[in-house]
Ligand binder design. Sequence first.
Ligand code: PLP
Ligand code: COI
Length: 359
Amino acid sequence: MDCITFMAENYVGKELTSLRMKNIDWSSLSFQYIKTDYNVRCYYRGGKWGELETSTSEEVSIHMAATGLHYGQQAFEGLKAFKGKDEKIRIFRVADNAKRLHDSAEEILMAPVPEELFTKAVLKAVELNKDFVPPYESGASLYIRPVLYGTGPKIGVGPADEYLFMVFVMPVGPYFKAGFKPTNMMIARKYDRAAPLGTGKVKVGGNYAASLRASHAAHKGGYSAVLFLDSKEKKYIDECGPANFFGIKNNTYVTPKSESILPSITNKSLIQLAEDMGLKTERRAVLLEELETFEEAGACGTAAVISPIAQIDDVEVGKSYVFAKDGVPGPISEKLYNKLRAIQYGDEPDVHGWVTLLE
Ligand code: PLP
Ligand code: COI
């Protein structure tokens, strides 16, 4: 591209950005796709990763026989950037997301993205779109979506030789419409999200495809999400749609240990914060019946943050577990929520080294 065309495109791009940004009502954002200005891309070809490229296009051109399209060779991540009172932009636990994408890639034989490349791509995508990081007062954030998939053609079932790693971003509000208000969830015994020795512990697209019918049924029934039980025995709690489950009782934070749930970075952070607050913490198998004993329950994740659970209905069995009768989150969930958000927005010191500042 010649210099004049580049300047002209950039100028038009900037004008569009400011026009679009004028129309964003930051405090009423929901969790949905919004176009931002740039995304970053990196191709794996000939056995190595290339240079990070910047793109203004929302499209990708992909071979029709790409393994990402046919055989589910695809994984993604989700993390967030926050603007503080000091106007600084903080990205939460980027190294943990890099590690998880690495694990996902290895699980389904994709070329892993080195941590350094992952971090560089995330920082660049945020930097290029920094005008889209919502203002502090709005309580919204910038959602960052790294994605990796097989682009190389293959028609016999097997891993591709070529991959595309890209990162795009968008400003978002709460994942669950209710925000930090208790909602009802549903157990759907008819559906499994992940097989006991399958891919449930990594963030691959196939797990989400497998969860669609269950979450559709839940939404149709007026529930915010599905609580999945373990697929083998339907005796233990696995996780809540796109979030981990936690329960609180006797000053203890309890969360399921299972080989078929995603190791949530938010959950790991909450365990640490609960310990900092003097709570006991337990990560162990959680029997469904134990729901009766929890004083508070919630779903946690990057998109969900903490979504308190009001009630869980085991619809096929006709039994309900109630946690919040009056529509108010439990006191420990609220304390954890406030603490986590305070660190993310830079209101409290980052004593655990979770935050990367965008310089
Ligand atoms: N479980 C599933 C299935 C998810 O999709 C997510 C979202 O990433 C989580 C749990 C929460 O994980 P994290 O806190 O790392 O976002
Ligand atoms: C996240 O919390 O980042 C997720 O990936 C959840 C999602 C699938 C919307």
